[in-house]
Structures are given as structure tokens and as C-alpha cells.
Design a protein around this ligand. Structure first.
Ligand code: FRU
Length: 456
């Protein structure tokens, strides 16, 4: 396996392909993480559920595969995304079983399936009565997959992601008494257009999840257009009488599809923790040569901010990875870093990371245009095949005019948190071994950086 661009403190399987986080749950105090995984190669396909467990959200132990596609069965083309619930002590997975035959207007047949887990979550038995929900036979639908299941009073409720061709996304709502038999109710939420509140929210909603954040609910969506993952967004609004009425929309990561298909869980500290999938930005042939592809984001604590928007912060547990402390950027030579920097951005401010003589990735904020982003145009020579586009979004500063960057660099991945409110994730593949950090512009009020230890 080629480790040249492999991160050291982000979650990954030991080798091969990973996409969405699935079935996140704290079970007997331990954090369990399942994920979309091809155990046989570094490209998407033959999708199983991988499994890992952690006591501290940092160090993970790989466990045996949880679900595998079964030839001739409802999931023969793949065990797609889903969730895990605690049914009075019995762990149950609800996932999408996929078959390679068209159904309705969809290129694949996708149904809701169940699996029962052993008490330690390591052994899974598929329900003999699968599938528990058949995809509707509707030519207009663009997909029918991914599951969010929750308990409300004496009932179970479930949403499944979909969309109507040429219109917008739909989250279909079902109810059940026992998780085995489901009754269709109505769309929890449905849009006639792929845009809401000025934000492109997709023609098809992958991985929908309804989050209860107290004063508001958020419907987290992975917005896909024409089967292309595009960005992670949420609709903010009110959930009442089993319908979700959106009043606003928010882009959850300015890195567009650099962080996709997130799933969140509530832990025993009452925190809402979210992980997303960070895919590769290099082409398939290079992934196959490397022998691995993709990772999960760092766990992010999600909160509802006073301004009515979702806020994101890296889990504080990450501080346990801190090693050598630097107070001057010029002293740093590392590609495994946490950087905290506070600015008065009187002009464009920039933090260059992975800097060598000719290359650098530029994390920037431009107060003129209120733009936050990662400029990758110099992260590698311009004639390369990699995507060097700038990843950015509109982020107006709060009233105090201050900007606090919290940045994580882990070899080829950069995660930027700005004021705990906006996030940009991006991949860079420097051709030189750039390890320097450079800060410029505005008034730098505070700078701290730590070299971070690996987790494996
Ligand atoms: C999102 C997604 C899901 C699907 C899974 C398949 O990345 O396309 O909609 O269940 O990945 O691996």
C-alpha cells in the first residue's frame, strides 16, 4: 500500500474503499462506527458494512465486517447506507439493499432491509422477511435509499431519501410498531425545485437525517444532481404533526462534495456528533495504485447557534493528540497539525499550509467579499491532473469582526473551522514534501499550533 498521501489521525479502514459513515451509536458506553466499504478494492463497488469501535473517539479498533451483499438476495448489488437503533436492548440495522435491476424510473432496485445484531454488535443476521419496505413503482422517482429511524412515543418513524425527476428532493415518512412492518404516511418534506433559500439542495436527497436541536429542527441532506454528489446542506425549520416545514437552508461545508453523506448521533454527554465521508480528489487509477481511497471527517460537535444557524466544532477529545507546541508559524515543519489562529481581518488574511518553495495550499478569508475558502491553485503544479479549484463560500463575520480559524492538516486533507460556524474541507496532493506554514495579512491576535500524533 502506498502511504504517500495517507492521513494519520483520520478514521480509515486498513485498506481499500470507504464512503458514508453508517449506524453510528454509543452502545454500552463505546462508540461504534459502521461505514460503506469495499473490502476487495480501492474503488466503489461490492458495498459491505465495515465496523470499528472506540472508547475515546480518537483510537479505533477494526472489527469484522457487519453486513455483506448476498448473491440472489435483495442486497446482492450492495448493502447501502442506513442506521442502527436500540430496540429494547436488541440492536437493529436498517439499510438499503440494492439489486442491479431497474425499478420504476430508477436504474437500481432499492429496498429497506433489516438485520439483527448480537449483544456486542459484532454478529449480524439479516431478517428472513426482508425487504421490509419496497421502493414505490413510480417512474418519477430518482432513487429510494438511506434511512433515518427514530422513536416517537410508542411508534418508530423512518425517513427514506428520494427525489422527483426534474423537480426536487423528497424524504418519505413511514411508521411502524415493531420495525418489521411499515406503513407509508406522507412526505416528511418535499420540494418542487432543487433550490431553497438561495441554496442548491439537490434533485435527489441522499442520507436524509432529521436532527432535533431544541428550538429548531434540521433536515440534513446530501444533495445529489443527476447521480452526482454535490454538497451537504440542511434545511432548518419546524417539525410538527409529522411534517417538516423548512424556513431556511444552510451549506454545511464549503468544500462541496469534499465532505459528503454525513451522519450524526447523540452521545451520553448530550452532544450531537457528526462524521462525514471525505472522498479522494485524485483519479481512480491513482487510488488503485495506492490501495486505499477515502476517509471519514473528524467528529464534529453540532450545535444550534444564537444566530439560528448550525455551528460546528471539532470534538475537544482531539486535544489529546497534541504533541509539540509552536507559537510561531515559521518554526513549523509538519503535515500533521492543529492550528488555532485569531485575526482582525482588516484585509485578506491567509494561512498557507503544506508549503514548500513552489507549492502551498492557502486557507483564506477575504473581508471585502466575505469569502472563506481554500485556494488550491498553488498546492501543486498547474499542469497536473488534480482538481485545483478554489473551495469557498460566503461567510459574513459576526459583529465583533473577529475571525478564529481552527485548522486541521492531516497530510492530504485539510479541515477548516471558522468561528465554530463555517467549515471548509478539502484535499491537496502536493508534489513536493511541503511541511511549512506561512501566515499573512490582517492583524494576527493569537497563534498556536500543535503537531498531532497519529491514532493507529
Ligand atoms: C451516498 C450514497 C448513498 C448510498 C451509498 C452507497 O454517498 O450514494 O446514497 O446509500 O452512498 O454506497
Amino acid at each position: 500500500m502506498d502511504r504517500t498521501y495517507r492521513p494519520k489521525y483520520h478514521f480509515q479502514p486498513e485498506r481499500n474503499w470507504i464512503n458514508d459513515p453508517n449506524g453510528l451509536i454509543q452502545w454500552n458506553g463505546r462508540y461504534h462506527l459502521f461505514y460503506q466499504h469495499n473490502p476487495f478494492g480501492a474503488l466503489w463497488g461490492n458495498i459491505h458494512w465495515g465496523h470499528a469501535v472506540s472508547d475515546d473517539l480518537l483510537h479505533w479498533e477494526h472489527l469484522p465486517l457487519a453486513l455483506a451483499p448476498a448473491v440472489g438476495d435483495y442486497d446482492e448489488f450492495g448493502c447501502f447506507s442506513g442506521c442502527l437503533v436500540d430496540n429494547d436492548g436488541v440492536p437493529m440495522i436498517i439499510y438499503t439493499g440494492t439489486q442491479a435491476a431497474p425499478r420504476g424510473g430508477m436504474p437500481y432496485t432499492q429496498h429497506a432491509n433489516l438485520a439483527f445484531g448480537s449483544a456486542d454488535l459484532t454478529k449480524w443476521e439479516k431478517f428472513a422477511g426482508n425487504p421490509v419496505i419496497h421502493a414505490p413503482l413510480d417512474d418519477e422517482l430518482t432513487g429510494f435509499r438511506d434511512h433515518c429511524v427514530w422513536r416517537e412515543g410508542d411508534e418508530w418513524l423512518q425517513i427514506i431519501g428520494s427525489g422527483r425527476r426534474g423537480k426536487g428532493g423528497v424524504a418519505f415518512l413511514y411508521r411502524s410498531d415493531d420495525l418489521l412492518t411499515w406503513e407509508y404516511l406522507h412526505p416528511l418534506c418535499e420540494l418542487d425545485t432543487p433550490t431553497f433559500d438561495g441554496v442548491g439542495v439537490g434533485e435527489m436527497w441522499e442520507c436524509p437525517q432529521l436532527l432535533d436541536l431544541g428550538a429548531k429542527h434540521a433536515l440534513v441532506l446530501s444533495a445529489s444532481y443527476n447521480d452526482t454528489p454535490t454538497r451537504t446542506v440542511c434545511l432548518l425549520g419546524r417539525y410538527e404533526n409529522r411534517r417538516f416545514e423548512p424556513t431556511g437552508a444552510q451549506v454545511l461545508d464549503f468544500g462541496e462534495a469534499s465532505s459528503y453523506a454525513p451522519q450524526a448521533m447523540r452521545d451520553d454527554k448530550g452532544r450531537t456528533l457528526m462524521w462525514g465521508w471525505i472522498p479522494e480528489g485524485r483519479d481512480d487509477a491513482l487510488c488503485e495504485v495506492a490501495g486505499w481511497s477515502g476517509m471519514l471527517s473528524l467528529p464534529r460537535v453540532v450545535t444550534l447557534r444564537d444566530n439560528g444557524r448550525l455551528g460546528f466544532a471539532p470534538v475537544p477529545e482531539l486535544q489529546k493528540l497534541r504533541g509539540q507546541h509552536h507559537r510561531q508559524p515559521s518554526a513549523i515543519q509538519s503535515d500533521s497539525l492543529e492550528i488555532c489562529a485569531m485575526f482582525k481581518p482588516t484585509e485578506r488574511v491567509e494561512i498557507g499550509v503544506r508549503c514548500s518553495a513552489d507549492e502551498r495550499a492557502r486557507i483564506f478569508y477575504d473581508p471585502q467579499t466575505a469569502t472563506l475558502g481554500i485556494d488550491r491553485s498553488h498546492s501543486r503544479p498547474a499542469d497536473c491532473e488534480h482538481d485545483l479549484s478554489t473551495l469557498s463560500g460566503n461567510y459574513p463575520l459576526p459583529a465583533d469582526g473577529l475571525l478564529t480559524f481552527h485548522i486541521f492538516v492531516d497530510n492530504s486533507v485539510i479541515e477548516v473551522f471558522a468561528n465554530g460556524e463555517a467549515v471548509v474541507t478539502g484535499r491537496v496532493y502536493p508534489s513536493e514534501n511541503g511541511l511549512g506554514v506561512v501566515v499573512s495579512g490582517g492583524e494576527l491576535c493569537r497563534f498556536d499550533a500543535w503537531e498531532l500524533r497519529g491514532i493507529w
